[in-house]
Design a protein. Structure first.
Length: 280
């Protein structure tokens, strides 16, 4: 009997026992290698291995900035959730008088005043307000709309360049810049003038429908035509409500808040951003 008990204990202790084989080995995803100490005078390095599959999806497209631009300005555009917005907004738009309906859908889906801050838009208006006002005179583009587009497109960075090649405050592609007479997209006044001309052209093309105008600015008028409305691109579906939300804040900087995206506006100082009404 003693011999049998000893044999049983030894069998359980062996590495090939069935109890150990039934479960996965501990730390099955862990690998290691022996690393020798660095030679004298070598630069110290830390090697980090990252599985690409573990990188979080959905990161924003990066914007390339000229050397010397503060890194803190790269992610200046806040996230504005857009999922519920499109439940109440048809891809074909609302027509020229649909701004109030679009704003109601925006506020129902995001909460009024969420995302953008008044101070961020005021800084852009303080720096580029004169160029915005000059560019929008005689057009169907409200200065508040131009300011909102600038805030979303570049966060007010005149030297911003996207990976796709869009340049400047209103992120003009080279072909668009050439089409609307822009000689230097990195010059703020030229870039704003070209972006406003494009917006004004889109206003005529799409009957001043705010939804289609903004979709066209982001995706191109051809994409809107092909899809019979806002194209089913995630970027464009995020872009439209984001600009509308920025416009809602921007019109609070106007002496008389515009009711339409084509209304005039003169930028002033302290205003109430969340409602777009006068401070006094």
């Amino acid at each position: 009997m003693r011999t049998i008990l000893i044999a049983a204990v030894l069998a359980l202790a062996l590495p090939g026992s069935s109890a150990r084989a039934e479960g996965p080995p501990p730390f099955r995803d862990f690998t290691f290698k022996r690393v020798k100490p660095p030679a004298a005078g070598a630069v110290k390095r830390i090697l980090v291995q990252i599985d690409p599959a573990e990188v979080l999806p959905g990161s924003k497209p990066a914007v390339t900035l000229d050397p010397g631009t503060p890194a803190s300005t790269v992610d200046a555009t806040p996230d504005v959730p857009s999922g519920g917005f499109w439940d109440d907004v048809p891809a074909s738009g609302f027509g020229s008088g649909g701004l109030d309906l679009a704003m109601a859908a925006l506020n129902a889906s995001t909460g009024q005043g969420a995302g953008f801050r008044l101070d961020a838009l005021r800084r852009i208006a303080d720096r580029h307000g004169d160029d915005i006002l000059a560019a929008t005179v005689g057009t169907r583009v409200s200065p508040a709309l131009a300011l909102a587009v600038i805030a979303v497109e570049s966060g007010g960075r005149a030297q911003a360049v996207s990976h796709a090649g869009a340049v400047g405050l209103m992120q003009l592609m080279p072909a668009t810049a050439s089409r609307f007479g822009v000689s230097d997209s990195r010059m703020a006044s030229d870039n704003i003038r070209g972006g406003v001309r494009y917006l004004d052209w889109l206003m005529g093309r799409f009957g001043q429908d705010p939804i289609l105008v903004l979709a066209g600015y982001n995706a191109g008028e051809g994409a809107v035509d092909r899809h019979g409305g806002v194209p089913p691109y995630a970027e464009t579906r995020d872009y439209v409500p984001k600009v509308l939300q920025a416009f809602q804040i921007a019109r609070g900087l106007c002496r008389t808040p515009p009711l339409l995206i084509s209304d005039g506006c003169v930028f002033v100082g302290e205003r109430i951003a969340s409602t777009g009404s006068n401070a006094g």
